[in-house]
Design a protein around this ligand. Structure first.
Ligand code: RIB
Length: 297
């Protein structure tokens, strides 16, 4: 059983600031870092560092082609990571609040938004019944891959990030596992973000009763609902956050890797929570993701 993650690859331009820029304000940053990132590639690396067999599929530009080598060095199978000669690669501009570690992200999709139907078909040729498919919402073909993956007998994990209304046009009944933060959960439940997480879970589980639904709540931990268990609660591990970028991606990768290894739901949640707590203590996206041995230390 393998995991195919069809998702974004971005280069992150990261600026540490004493606050996130306000409308009309110009702020100088004394530090800029250029890091590998993208929700897709972060999740592939988290899956790999957690010990899973993961293949990444996606599209880079020649300007971001180094990301392919980077994923390969991580041990991710990159046969379906293509490089466009015509289109710039995706990038993100990330402001990090130097005090709280909270971030604010501007995305430029670039090549992530130009994936062709023929690449989708090629990737799906390698899908085997029982494989997992991991999807986020940063590429142009997410709904097509979701439907095709399900038709090929794959199990579908969907992290609808960043959330937008277009998600309601996706074939969401194909999803076996939703992983959502509170904003994405509120968006999908069509409720205000202040809604109690238990109410969000109740709405989402009524709408998608066959799926597992996991809602991450930052310092408040996470909730997982499945039809057979009801709600399971997981605490967060308190740490001093330096940079919260990719904390959710780390959670997703570790949770799914543990689940597919046969861990109980409780154990998978606990590992995901531990891994994301470590990730927020480090700067960067993909670079902040811990290795399995660090969790066992
Ligand atoms: O989830 C964090 C990621 O979101 C960043 O690495 C950035 O590239 C955006 O995709």
């Amino acid at each position: 059983m393998k995991i195919i993650n069809f998702g974004s690859l971005n280069v992150d331009y990261v600026y540490r600031l004493d606050h996130i820029v306000k409308p009309g304000e110009t702020l100088a940053s004394s530090e800029m870092q250029v890091n590998p990132g993208g929700k897709g590639s972060n999740q592939s690396v988290a899956l790999k560092r957690a010990g899973a067999d993961v293949w990444h599929a996606g599209l880079l530009g020649e300007d971001t082609a180094w990301m392919r080598e980077r994923l390969e060095r991580e041990g991710v199978d990159v046969r379906h990571v293509l490089i466009s000669k015509e289109i710039h690669g995706g990038h993100a501009i990330i402001q990090v609040n130097a005090t709280s570690g909270q971030n604010s992200i501007v995305l430029f999709g670039g090549a992530n938004q130009s994936i062709t139907a023929s690449q989708v078909a090629d990737v799906l040729k390698d899908a085997e019944r029982g494989d997992w498919l991991v999807l986020q919402n940063e590429i142009n073909v997410t709904p097509d891959v979701m439907a095709a993956g399900k038709a090929a007998g794959m199990k579908v994990c969907f992290n609808p990030a960043p959330f937008d209304e277009g998600v309601f046009n996706y074939p969401l009944d194909c999803v076996d596992l939703f992983i959502l933060n509170e904003h994405e959960a509120a968006g999908l439940a069509r409720k205000p973000v202040e809604t109690a997480p238990e109410e969000l879970i109740a709405t989402l589980s009524a709408a998608y009763p066959k799926a597992m639904i996991c809602v991450t709540l930052g310092e408040a931990g996470s909730l997982l609902w499945t039809a057979s268990t009801g709600v399971i609660r997981q605490k967060a591990y308190p740490v001093k956050a330096v940079d919260t970028t990719a904390a959710g991606d780390t959670f997703t990768g570790y949770f799914l890797a543990e689940l597919t290894r046969g861990a109980s739901l409780e154990a998978a949640l606990d590992m995901a929570s531990r891994a994301s707590a470590i990730a927020v203590t480090r700067p960067g996206a993909l670079d902040s993701i811990p290795y399995l041995k660090e969790l066992k230390a």
